[in-house]
Design a protein around this ligand. Structure first.
Ligand code: SF4
Length: 392
């Protein structure tokens, strides 16, 4: 078994290796530490260090791996345990959690984000159905760390079984409540959650803290509970595979896949790729990136989708990008795979530059009609359109 552990699986600087080629490591052992904003990295399998380079640490170990792992020191401050565990936002953002949780929420709240709104992804809801109490424990730990008065579980009403499971798990907990999210994309965007649950409209670039809230993904809360209660560092990831896979067209959930495992192994577990196919998308369908079969599982990888072959298009293409859906560069990549020439491109009119060329939507999920933009694209020479916007 081979695990390729990327040194930068999060926002911030890459971690610095503590190990050399040939070193024997145990599952759970600390192998790299950040020098600045970042997160610790632990061996996801037991074995020997095969390679260390600027990008990754490669471990080779036996296929049969022990259940046990090197435990964290749990006799210390919970925030320090979270830091030691190398926890980052598992929903895709990858922000180091111990930094996010340095907040005083005595008049505020913690929100468990169970929206899982990218198409195909199912692992957060599946976990909530099976083990809601672990997520609830994680939520309570975050509330204790931040001093939050309330804790909410933000979920869509359509997930009935998960809802029932969560409702049972929070019975007798006066500070915890379920709150509903609309069934739209991008309901999981932190600003959408704050707007829907707290009625506060955050400006582009503003964080939930401005509204007295911290939002944590379901799997991040699972990782927090396991770190504090079991001394478990982040050594695995939950994810969903779907698309043109012989035995997983509608999506198959995998829990606790060792970090660094090539996704090819999971594709094989799903019966392999159904040919012909277009591309492999790493992440959700809306925000994922094109990847290869040897891409490793990371702390933020939530999904793998294999797409249908690209339609071929010879007409001149106009592109319309969205902050929460496909960006201009992603649409250009798709257009190139379609054999199309791009004549003109535009952003959804709600996208604002918040400085340094960073574009943010000013009302995610409240999507405007795009007729005006479409007419402008056609005037600019577009004969066909490739649209990355979430709605319309
Ligand atoms: S308003 Fe525009 S940029 Fe914002 S989410 Fe909707 S389509 Fe995307």
């Amino acid at each position: 078994m081979l695990a390729r552990l990327l040194l930068n699986q999060h926002i911030g600087v890459a971690a610095e290796p503590l190990v050399k080629v040939g070193t024997k490591v145990e599952k759970g052992q600390l192998i790299a530490v950040p020098n600045g904003l970042g997160a610790n990295l632990h061996a996801s399998i037991s074995g020997y260090i095969k390679e260390v380079n600027a990008k990754e640490i490669v471990i080779e170990g036996p296929d049969l791996q022990p259940e046990e792992y090197v435990h964290l020191n749990t006799a210390q401050d919970p925030l320090k345990i979270i830091q030691d565990a190398g926890i980052v936002g598992a929903g895709g953002a990858g922000f180091p959690t111990h930094v996010k949780l340095k907040a005083d929420l005595s008049t505020g709240c913690v929100i468990a984000n169970a929206s899982e709104c990218e198409p195909t992804l199912k692992h957060n809801i599946a976990w909530l159905k099976e083990r809601p109490e672990i997520v609830v424990q994680g939520l309570k730990h975050v509330m204790a760390i931040t001093g939050a008065a309330k804790g909410f579980i933000a979920i869509k009403p359509k997930h009935k079984q998960a809802l029932i499971a969560v409702a049972k798990a929070i019975r007798g907990e006066p500070k915890l409540e379920i709150r509903f999210l609309p069934d739209l994309y991008p309901a999981g965007d932190e600003r959408v959650i704050v707007r829907e649950l707290l009625g506060v409209e955050l400006a582009p670039g503003e964080l939930p803290l401005k509204a007295g809230a911290v939002v944590c993904n379901v799997e991040t809360l699972k990782n927090i509970a396991r770190a504090i209660e079991e001394g478990r560092p982040v050594i695995s990831k939950d994810l969903t595979l779907g698309g043109r896979l012989k035995e997983a067209r509608t999506g198959r959930v995998f829990f606790d896949v060792p970090l660094g495992l090539p996704i090819k192994e999971l594709i094989t577990c799903c019966g392999g790729i159904e040919e012909p196919h277009g591309e492999i998308v790493l992440g959700g369908a809306f925000t994922g990136k094109r990847g290869e079969e040897d891409a490793p599982v990371t702390k933020t990888l939530g999904g793998v989708s294999v797409t249908m072959p690209f339609l071929q298009e010879k007409r001149k293409m106009g592109l319309l990008a969205c902050e929460c859906g496909a960006s201009k560069s992603r649409l250009e990549e798709i257009a190139a795979s379609m054999g199309a020439t791009v004549a003109v491109a535009a952003n959804c009119k709600r996208m604002e530059d918040i400085g340094g060329g960073r574009l943010r939507c000013n009302k995610p999920g409240v999507c405007p009609g795009q007729a005006e933009s479409v007419l402008a694209l056609m005037k600019g020479g577009a004969e066909a359109l490739l649209i990355g916007t979430c709605q319309h």
